[in-house]
Design a protein around this ligand. Structure first.
Ligand SMILES: *Cc1c(COP(=O)(O)O)cnc(C)c1O
Length: 369
């Protein structure tokens, strides 16, 4: 591709269509070979062993670095392994500030780092810049946020966080799983590192587990590259290809997710059994609170199109009960203290026809009335 700045849609659709590929394949070949021949000592062509570098993975990583306005990207075996790769930058005694409303698996990992590796974490509300600055201590190394937060769907002001991080020389890390680079580019707003569970919107079809880390800056990128190769959390070539195939249609999918989500939001706001709808203003995710917790189980049972399942970002609509599913690792008193209550349901609105989705919700509410 030329150096000309293309639109998001173009960059996504053109992933893997590389003019320099030897047979001019439009779809990137899957290089399964784990090892590469060297003609003589010191005369390699850049590839020797697949953990260190793989031509298929390189295409994906270059595309992700470009889409997130970063310098380097690292494809990993899951979103959690992407988070682990980034946290390998830190050591025992280091303090990290994260947001209160955070993915349950990340919370579990942070707890493990505290208990087994002597890390310290504090949790920030996500809304008050001064409160964030007050949590900083001499051992603080980084601020890690998700925006929008999940499942409460609040947007965190990344420019404000970046200001605090820069003033105190801290790394600013953003989990961009929910919005994706189609809707938000954290590095442009001051982040140093972006993390993805690519399992979600990027792949988009509930059929590949993957993660991505994108970094800004040469020193940081080199360090992550060294750790990625050392710990071996590299994504398999076949999964890299599946992920790229999914990513090509992300802009189309996201537009439909967003259009459907906004129609579902309008419907839910008119529904008397619903107390409150939480929609961050963009994308395909929303949460809502029922007025009465006892209606949760029968409502879930009455739905037929929304599938009761954990995960998000796929073409099929899913409904999740965070209290017992995605956020079950968070102690009940802790999650209730910040609003993750037992009346909360989360929707990952798919790309079906909005009328069918609303019809399904309608018959669900009718069944519990
Ligand atoms: C799912 C998820 C993760 C973890 O990703 P896996 O691919 O399941 O390992 C991390 N962050 C967010 C926001 C997620 O939704």
């Amino acid at each position: 591709m030329s150096c000309q700045q293309h639109h998001n849609e173009t960059v996504f659709a053109q992933i893997g269509n590389q003019k320099q590929e030897s047979l001019k394949a439009i779809s990137t070949p899957i290089y399964l070979s784990t090892s590469y021949r060297h003609n003589e000592i010191g005369h390699g062509h850049g590839y020797d062993y697949t953990r260190t570098g793989n031509p298929t993975r390189d295409v994906l990583e270059e595309a992700m670095a470009k889409l997130e306005s970063g310098d380097k990207a690292f494809a990993t075996t899951s979103g959690m392994s992407a988070i682990q790769l980034v946290f390998s930058l830190f050591a025992s005694g280091d303090h990290i500030i994260t947001c209160r409303d955070v993915y349950g698996g990340s919370y579990r990992y942070f707890e493990m780092l505290e208990q087994k590796q002597g890390f310290q974490f504090t949790y920030w509300s996500g809304s008050d810049e001064r409160e964030l600055a007050e949590q900083i201590k001499p051992e603080t190394k980084a601020i890690f946020i998700e925006t929008p937060t999940n499942p409460l769907m609040t947007n965190i002001d990344m420019t404000a966080v970046s200001r605090v991080a820069k003033a105190h020389n801290l790394l600013f890390i953003v989990d961009n799983t929910v919005y994706t680079p189609y809707l938000q580019k954290p590095i442009a707003d001051g982040a140093d590192i972006v993390i993805h569970s690519a399992t979600k919107y990027l792949a988009g079809h509930n059929d590949v587990l993957a993660g991505v880390v994108v970094s800004k800056g040469e020193k940081l990128s080199k360090e992550l590259d060294y750790i990625h190769n050392s710990i071996g959390s590299t994504l398999s070539p076949f999964d890299c290809w599946l992920l790229m195939r999914g990513m090509k249609t992300l802009p189309l999918r996201m537009r439909q997710h967003e259009d459907n989500a906004s129609q579902v939001k309008t419907y839910l706001e008119s529904q008397p059994l619903v107390k409150n709808v939480l929609y961050p203003g963009k994308g395909g995710m929303l949460s809502f609170l029922l007025k009465d917790e006892t209606r949760v189980v029968p409502f879930l049972q009455a739905l037929s199109l929304f599938t009761f399942a954990e995960s998000l970002g796929g073409v099929e609509s899913l409904i999740t009960y965070p209290a017992t599913q995605t956020h079950a690792e968070i102690p009940e008193d802790v999650r209730k203290s910040y609003g993750l209550t037992n009346e909360l349901l989360r929707l990952s609105v798919g790309i079906e026809h909005a009328d069918d989705l609303i019809e399904d919700l309608k018959q669900g509410f009718a069944a519990v009335e």
